[in-house]
Design a protein around this ligand. Structure first.
Ligand SMILES: [Fe+2]
Ligand SMILES: [Fe+2]
Length: 273
């Protein structure tokens, strides 16, 4: 089975790049299952239902989020009815939407997707380790799930790496999101779980984490809030991670980064050739 995870979509250029290129990637490389983090898709802040639908229509099977999930207030409503839309599982009880789901891939495999959020240098939430442990116990890899994909949305590399080791051997892939910068440590851990500390973003990298440079720079220099942050609108790079799944075990057989377009060096997974 062939999985692809794409990092946070930032603004119009990010979502246009995804919508334009994903259908071709899915068809040409026979991708069985695609997950994309969409938390910054609407002007950098949250996601609307129309944008969600366009990302799903372009070939995403599931859209995950993070701390920006409810920046567009309509998400409080559509999170309940959009089953392919996830918010962090460790939000307080009673929060609209869901943090995990079991989905069917194009090859018929059952894929458990879990979205969780870290607590280091972020808003305090319920313990993500306990929450993920609970979801894995309810739908174990190799039993009810043929693959398990975890989007751990967190600021601290330490927390993301700790989570990966915590679930090593129980998940196909743990991918970090939120920092919007791809790390080069993608690998398969000793227990068979593929991992990358952060997958990066789908957006314009000639920016400050996807935002037009002017206002972030001004705030660092002057320490006075002024204008709103707006997404940078230059050519976007699609950044993601591809995983080949060992269909016998559900663990990772190969992992490689994907970067297309924009200012970063392009790379395609060699096992897609
Ligand atoms: Fe983000
Ligand atoms: Fe975030």
């Amino acid at each position: 089975m062939r999985l692809l995870f794409l990092g946070d979509i930032v603004g119009r250029v990010g979502r246009n790049a995804v919508v334009q290129r994903l259908p071709g990637l899915v068809a040409e490389h026979r991708l069985d299952f695609v997950v994309i983090n969409g938390e910054n898709a609407a002007g950098g802040f949250g996601i609307t239902e129309d944008i969600l639908q366009s990302v799903l229509d372009s070939g995403a099977d599931v859209v995950t989020t993070g701390n920006h999930v409810f920046d567009q207030r309509e998400a409080l409503v559509f999170a309940e009815r959009q089953e392919r839309f996830l918010r962090p599982v460790n939000y307080p009880a009673g929060t609209p939407g869901r943090g995990a789901g079991l989905f069917t891939a194009r090859n018929g495999a059952r894929v458990l997707v879990i979205n969780a959020m870290g607590r280091v240098f972020m808003d305090s939430l319920d313990d993500p380790f306990t929450a993920i442990d609970r979801e894995l116990a309810a739908c174990p890899l190799g039993e009810q799930a043929d693959a398990v994909l975890i989007d751990f949305h967190a600021e601290a590399s330490s927390e993301k790496q700790a989570m990966a080791h915590f679930v090593d051997g129980r998940a196909t892939l743990v991918v970090g999101t939120h920092t919007h910068v791809p790390t080069s440590d993608y690998r398969i851990l000793s227990g068979g779980t593929a991992f990358q500390t952060d997958v990066g973003m789908c957006g314009d990298y000639d920016s400050v984490i996807g935002m037009d440079k002017e206002e972030p720079l001004r705030r660092f220099l002057r320490k006075i809030p002024g204008e709103r942050f707006v997404p940078a609108n230059g050519p976007a790079t699609i950044a993601g991670l591809a995983v080949e799944v060992d269909d016998a075990t559900g663990l990772a057989a190969a992992v490689a980064p994907l970067r297309l377009g924009g200012t970063l060096t392009e790379v395609l997974p060699s096992f897609w050739a």
